[in-house]
Design a protein around this ligand. Structure first.
Ligand code: HEM
Length: 219
């Protein structure tokens, strides 16, 4: 009897298709130093300040695509991060004020998010890579930061706390089910997977820029 391969859902294609890129992101100098407690407050503040325009772009495009039959299925304003980032920036930057960021990596990333507004399937790749990541490894990152910086209860890590998602696991399962339900041709699914790889690369470029400043960020 011949067993035909089962058709893989989009969520599996996205995860499996970006495994190597995910490993690269995890292994970036900046991330591993941050999680090792070797990055100071200024370094984490700059990282947050770089994430701000990225989430501003994600959430502004999401608002425009809320009724789109494809992207709209994934968009959920309850998991927006911009307010949390602002809350954290106020905590980390303190009296010094939020640093002004001039970054080619951020500009390139923001332009790519904006461009995906015209091709909503690609926006799904942007949405997945950041929000599912924040709901996954991001949860551990928040806990490690709290320990490394000995943060006062709950402060400075609002970015990793999703008030609307008390338990990430069922939310992520449901998110993956929504990905699998999207009415996309296999060609479109492939384009989404390729865009996920691009998005990981854009995040990698951000880490590369930050890594170049590690001597300045040393604790
Ligand atoms: C040191 C940094 C990181 C660690 C320790 C980490 C860890 C993890 C872990 C343990 C999971 C699996 C969680 C699960 O099975 O539910 C995961 C999933 C994920 N991570 Fe990361 N991650 C890191 C960085 C990143 C970055 C920088 C991104 C992208 C910007 C990212 C995006 C994702 C995505 C999209 C998933 C979901 C995969 C899926 O199930 O489809 N991660 N991460």
């Amino acid at each position: 009897m011949t067993v035909l391969p089962t058709e893989l859902g989009l969520s599996v294609l996205m995860r499996d298709g970006s495994q190597a890129e995910h490993k690269d992101a995890e292994g970036s100098n900046f991330m591993s130093s941050l999680l090792d407690g070797q990055v100071n407050e200024a370094g984490y503040t700059e990282y947050l300040a770089m994430l701000r325009p990225i989430y501003a772009a994600l959430e502004s495009v999401a608002a425009r695509l809320a009724d789109d039959p494809i992207a709209g299925t994934m968009i959920d304003p309850a998991i927006n991060r911009l307010d949390a980032i602002d809350q954290d920036l106020a905590f980390w930057a303190g009296d010094a004020g939020v640093p002004e960021i001039r970054s080619k990596a951020v500009d390139t990333y923001v332009a790519r998010i904006e461009a995906s507004a015209a091709d909503p399937a690609l926006f799904v790749a942007h949405h997945y890579t950041r929000y599912l990541g924040d709901l996954s490894g991001g949860q551990a990152i928040g806990r490690i930061l709290a320990r490394a910086f000995d943060l006062p209860e709950g402060q400075g890590i609002a970015f990793y706390r999703f008030d609307a998602v008390p338990k990430p696991k069922p939310y992520k399962d449901q998110y993956r089910a929504r990905l699998d339900s999207l009415p996309l041709t296999s060609e479109d699914q492939q384009r989404v997977v390729e865009e996920v790889k691009v998005v990981f690369g854009l995040n990698g470029a951000l880490f590369t820029e930050l890594s170049a400043h590690l001597p300045r960020f040393a604790r």
